[in-house]
Ligand binder design. Structure first.
Ligand code: ARG
Length: 486
């Protein structure tokens, strides 16, 4: 449709190479909505007549209901829709729809509208998953486990503490998406190809009709930039990295060696050949899909870094990477959330791991500190004690006073006193005394659970509000379109 300055057409392979039409399936509806708002604005600003607007709007409305066949010789959805509108409304009216805009502001508009919706979906999935983590923390309030560093037992803690750590990481993801939303929610429509238009358009009015908070003002910036896409996919890469680490823990914890958790059969896979297998494939796919999104993010930044300012067709390849990124984020959240809800927590296995290890050591050392022993000395004393117990293949609590005396060596400490301290301590009581802010202590768990529940509520309200704002704008636009089409 655009090729009036040429004498030859694109051949089949070249068109296929050039065309973004298969990726554009994801933005058809946004393109139609954008065109409706633009048409209404053109009429309201006396650039087209009411009759012309009516013809265009009713054709767009018809198109909305049709199953668009993307098989055409159009290069993209913008060309296809415009050519269909011209066919339906005639050249006199339909040929005016593309007045005072360009595919360059149009494609950026469609992408922004789509990402805006995807962010709201991701935020609500994130909230669901955070809620699951917090309620699991509450439900498993008594489950204690070794906390790990270097994947070696480090300190005793509550399982709830672990779950809340991921709730907090996901809260930060949520917060990042929240911030990004504000930067995506700005309308580029009417920026034209790059430098604006001499026609008296009203960009604020189309922005408002489409539910945008405001404009991406500078027309060069509006048409050139995809930094908002890099930001969005970057946030997805960070979110997926968080989910991937959780997946890695659960893969380890679901081995028969650990057995801290067991996935529900609904979320397990088996082997084509070994009938006994219960494999955590969905968790492995979370790791795998994370790698994929990190690759997308790398591709986006590589695409952008050397581009001259102004639209270049390279940008089309960025669009391709957005939809699968959104899909990965949304499905990973849905599946992992459902997996969490249905998994079995083996509290006794977690407790058993504590009993067979020495993760109580630091707490014992701190008891000595409370009695005035310098921390470094306490560290050395308990280190010696662990050495003896490990040699004797027993837990610290099974060391007798005389075994303790032997291990104390040069350290001046009454073995009976140390024996008494060790005997007086158990995993549960020491967690009552772990009171530092944000620690595994019982009181901190209670406080953090309560606090996170309140935080969820605040975000739910915000997310629903944003979704409703878009919905209300679209309903108004539909009403306006109906009135004008009469
Ligand atoms: N199909 C293009 C894209 O996805 C739309 C914009 C084309 N603009 C242009 N001047 N060639 O990016």
């Amino acid at each position: 449709m655009y090729r009036s300055r040429f004498t030859e057409n694109l051949d089949e392979h070249t068109l296929d190479y050039l065309s973004s039409i298969s990726d554009d399936k994801e933005i058809v509806l946004y393109d139609i909505l954008g065109s409706q708002a633009h048409t209404i604005m053109l009429y309201e600003n006396k650039i087209i007549t009411k009759k012309e607007a009516r013809k265009i709007l009713s054709s767009l409305e018809k198109l909305k209901k049709e199953n668009l066949s993307i098989k055409s010789d159009s290069e993209d959805i913008h060309e296809l829709i415009e050519s269909l509108i011209i066919k339906k409304a005639g050249k006199q009216a339909g040929g005016k729809m593309h007045t005072a805009r360009s595919r360059n502001d149009q494609v950026s508009l469609d992408i922004r509208m789509r990402i805006r919706d995807d962010i709201n979906t991701i935020c609500s999935c994130l909230l669901d998953m955070i809620e699951t983590l917090v309620s699991l923390a509450e439900k498993n309030g008594n489950a204690i486990m070794p906390l790990y560093t270097h994947l070696q037992q480090a300190q005793i803690g509550f399982f709830s503490h672990y779950l809340l750590a991921y709730a907090d990481a996901l809260f930060r993801d949520l917060d990042r998406f929240y911030g990004t939303y504000g930067r995506v929610n700005e309308s580029p429509l009417g920026a034209g190809p790059v430098g604006g238009t001499s026609l008296q358009i009203d960009r604020q009015s189309t922005a408002k009709m489409l539910g945008f908070k405001g404009l991406i003002e500078n027309s060069i910036d509006a048409t050139s930039t995809r930094d908002f896409v890099a930001e969005y996919v970057g946030q997805i890469a960070i979110l997926m990295t968080n989910l991937s680490r959780l997946a890695e823990d659960f893969i380890i914890w679901s081995t028969s060696e650990f057995s801290f958790i067991e996935l529900s059969d609904k979320f397990a896979s088996t082997s084509s050949v070994m009938p006994q297998k219960k494999n955590p494939d969905i968790l492995e796919l979370t790791r795998g899909k994370t790698a994929q999104v990190i690759g997308y993010q790398m591709a986006i930044l590589s695409n952008l870094k050397g581009l001259p300012t102004g639209y270049a067709r390279d940008l089309q390849q960025i669009k391709t990477l957005i939809w699968p990124s959104s899909k990965i984020a949304i499905s990973a959240l849905l599946v992992n959330n459902a997996m969490l809800k249905s998994m079995k927590v083996n509290k006794h296995k977690m407790k058993k791991a504590i009993d067979s290890g020495y993760s109580i050591s630091l707490d014992i050392a701190e008891r000595l500190v409370k009695k005035g022993v310098p921390f470094r000395t306490a560290h050395m004393i308990i280190g010696k004690l662990v050495q003896s117990a490990a040699n004797l293949k027993k837990p610290l609590s099974s060391l007798s006073p005389s075994e303790i005396r032997k291990s104390l060596g040069k350290y001046k400490m009454e073995p009976k006193e140390l024996y008494g301290i060790i005997q007086s301590m158990n995993a549960y009581s020491l967690l009552e005394q772990r009171t530092s802010h944000g620690s595994s202590g019982r009181s901190e768990q209670k406080r953090m659970i309560l606090d996170r529940k309140k935080k969820i509520q605040a975000y739910v309200i915000g997310t629903v509000k944003r979704t409703n704002e878009i919905k209300a704008a679209f309903e108004n636009l539909a009403a306006k379109t109906r009135t004008m089409s009469k």
